[in-house]
Design a protein around this ligand. Sequence first.
Ligand SMILES: Nc1ncnc2c1ncn2[C@@H]1O[C@H](COP(=O)(O)OP(=O)(O)OP(=O)(O)O)[C@@H](O)[C@H]1O
Ligand SMILES: [Mg+2]
Length: 238
Amino acid sequence: MPVIAFANSKGGSGKTTSALLIACELAEKTAVTIIDADPRHPVSKWATPKEGKTPPPKNLTVVRNAGEQTIIEEIEAAAARDPFVIVDLEGVGSKLNAYAMSQADLVVIPMKEQQQDAEAALDTIREVTNVSKVRRAELPFSILFTQTKPVAKSRTARFIASQFRDNPRIDTFNVELHERDAFSAIYTMGGSVRALDPAQTNGIDRAIENITGVVAELVAKLRANAGAAQDDKKGRAA
Ligand SMILES: Nc1ncnc2c1ncn2[C@@H]1O[C@H](COP(=O)(O)OP(=O)(O)OP(=O)(O)O)[C@@H](O)[C@H]1O
Ligand SMILES: [Mg+2]
């Protein structure tokens, strides 16, 4: 049921990669739909069968969005069918993105620890706030740092991350999605990180551990938000 949209108006901030990795990991246990709502359709390209390429996990349905007019229906249909719906958005502010976010339970904002990504993440937070106002219900969001170095972070990277982590009005994932070959290899090899061949790609175990940590935190956030929404409803009814 929960709909999780991945948004950041900066190109290359890691939206598609984190959306795909999370969708595949969730699909290990349950049915998931990923809606490919970027007009360049990177998720559909990843899923397109090709000789020597691994197909998507069997529990994962890929829906290729047909445009802003159908996005809400596509999300509704997927949410009625599957326990998780992931929406990959393009790196611009658009009506399509606003419509998709209006249907979301959580917006994940992936960003690199870089100035331009940080500025775009702040713009995206403003968009999320506007969507909350339009739908008259708070739309939770969380920053996910992506393509980070597991060790020996630069001072700039630490400074940028701390500006978000230390801001009480901005929720952040504690777990970061590290920069790993295994995470970009899925585009060439198809399938999930778990399906990669250890003879061809390094660090698969660490990559799986990393993505498992991100998914555990995501699920905890969804549970906490659902609990808070219930309390809010009860409070208003009392
Ligand atoms: N955690 C990661 N580890 C290694 N490579 C990564 C990681 N995240 C992203 N990349 C690589 O960085 C590039 C950009 O990432 P991605 O396509 O996920 O960004 P995006 O925000 O979806 O971009 P766009 O706005 O163009 O849709 C891709 O080539 C991808 O392979
Ligand atoms: Mg993308």
